[in-house]
Design a protein around this ligand. Structure first.
Ligand code: GDP
Ligand code: IMO
Ligand code: MG
Length: 424
């Protein structure tokens, strides 16, 4: 059976966690394929909010297997905290949560290196979540990393020690003020490693191949968004993994010809947290209203998210890179009350009108060109059927579908599981 993918199409935080949770009842297996605890995926149901960082968003469904794939980087300390929260909720994950032996481990010194690297960049900093993501993927591609499978073997601590020592020298080389007590960090780390070891480690690509053969339904859950992709994002202001569809192939061992539906998630406007170019960013009260009404604060770091109008140039690019087959529009409710909505349909690039995402999208090179649409006044948050949606919202959606040439099959009108309208 083909594997479906669910991916963020913007700069992350599109609402992936909510939709994976909504879709989970249709799947036997939910599999995260990249990223790590830089992600913060929010789920709301039964009046309670849950934030997941590394654990797949299907974990609250008893019948579903949740797999942390080989492309993910795991911080045992954060992972343990996530497990503790699940324990508090009496979620039984012991048999349903599986971890790939090939997933890489974030060491305490990876986090410190992240901090040192950012501090050394000064104003040019990426705005990293400082979870050690970049340094861990660097060790992976540099062939120095420690993987989950290693911690099952005797003597892995020796490998750990050599790597941590090297990291300490690198931190010193940055010559910035990063204070730390490695002994304390290591006590916490090795304790968390023991917790991690109590879970089930598997050869996940083999598991998934067998699952595909026995007709199990699988949904691959992306983290971050396409514009944060290491190759296709707004480099260097990106994360260190492939957040796009290809990342699901390498991050789980799924063959490209075994991919089925590609669900692309986007907000009805745009947000970004951290540094980097953002052509449609608003610095006025409209942007401020989006941030306030949409509660645009990072689920991992609590930082305020930058807000702006929907950018169709960037969205088309993301749809093309991912081969999106269905679109899911989030947070339509946040746009209620604006008289006019703007959608960026092309850029003025150095005096020329273009409709593709160019190499340089900094504000000195790119000015967005907008199409204006009429806004809606109605509160959408209690709507559950497409027939209840106001005309202006239908017009907004029809405009996007025409521009993107992909159907918008789901419209989300609030954070709760139930605030989800299926259109077709
Ligand atoms: P993710 O990283 O893609 O899973 O998204 P986040 O959880 O970081 O951010 C999405 C935020 O928007 C969370 O606070 C969600 O609870 C919330 N959210 C999701 N869908 C909607 C929606 O349709 N309307 C509103 N108002 N909030 C939503
Ligand atoms: P989810 O899965 C939004 C951003 C950071 C920073 C850049 C690099 O919740 O959508 P990193 O920690 O990877 O070194 O940070 O990427 N970033 C995210 N922004 N949502 C995320 O994940 C993000 N993960 C990383 O803010 O700009
Ligand atoms: Mg998030």
């Amino acid at each position: 059976m083909a594997v479906d993918l669910l991916l963020g199409l913007q700069w992350g935080d599109e609402g992936k966690g909510k939709i994976v949770d909504v879709l989970t009842s249709k799947y036997d297996i939910i599999a995260r394929f990249q990223g790590g605890p830089n992600a913060g995926h929010t789920l709301v149901f039964n009046g309670k909010k849950h934030v997941l960082h590394t654990i797949p968003s299907g974990i609250f469904h008893d019948e579903t297997v949740n797999l942390v794939g080989n492309g993910v980087v795991i911080d045992p300390v954060i992972f343990k905290k996530e497990l503790d929260k699940l324990d508090e909720q009496n979620v039984d994950y012991k048999s349903s949560l599986l971890i790939s032996r090939k997933a890489h481990i974030i060491l305490p010194t990876h986090r410190l290196l992240d901090a040192a690297s950012e501090a050394s960049k000064g104003k040019a900093k990426i705005g990293s979540t400082l979870k050690g993501i970049g340094p861990t993927y660097m060790d992976k591609t540099g062939r120095n990393g420690i993987r989950v499978g290693d911690i099952e073997l005797d003597g892995w601590e020796k490998k750990y020690r050599a790597l941590a020592k090297k990291h300490e020298a690198m931190i010193a080389f940055y010559n910035v003020d990063v204070q730390y007590d490695l002994e304390e960090l290591e006590t916490e780390f090795f304790e968390a490693i023991e917790t991690l070891k109590s879970l089930t480690f598997i050869d996940s690509e083999d598991y998934l191949h067998k699952a595909q053969k026995s007709e199990k339904s699988i949904l691959a859950e992306g983290a971050q968004g396409s514009l944060l992709d290491i190759d296709f994002g707004t480099y260097p202001f990106v994360t260190s993994s492939n957040t796009t569809a290809a990342g699901a192939c390498t991050g789980l061992g799924i063959a490209p010809n075994k991919i089925g539906e590609v669900y692309g998630i986007f907000k009805a406007y745009t947000t970004r947290v951290g540094s980097g170019p953002f052509p449609t960013e608003l610095f006025d009260e409209v942007g401020e209203t989006m941030g306030r009404v949409g509660h645009e604060f990072g689920a991992t770091t609590g930082r305020a998210r930058r807000c702006g109008w929907l950018d169709l140039v960037a969205l088309k690019y993301a749809c093309a890179v991912n081969g999106v087959t269905q679109l899911i529009m989030m947070k339509g409710d946040v746009l209620s009350g604006f008289n006019t909505l703007k959608v960026c349909t092309s850029y003025n690039y150095k005096g020329e009108t273009i409709s593709h995402l160019p190499y340089n999208i900094e504000s000195e090179n790119v000015t967005p060109i907008y199409t204006e649409l009429k806004g809606w006044k109605e509160d959408l948050t209690s709507m559950t059927e497409a027939s209840q949606m106001p005309k202006e919202l239908n017009d907004y959606i029809a405009f996007l579908e025409k521009e993107l040439e992909i159907p918008i099959t789901v419209v989300s009108v609030g954070p709760d599981r139930k605030q989800t309208i299926v259109r077709k």
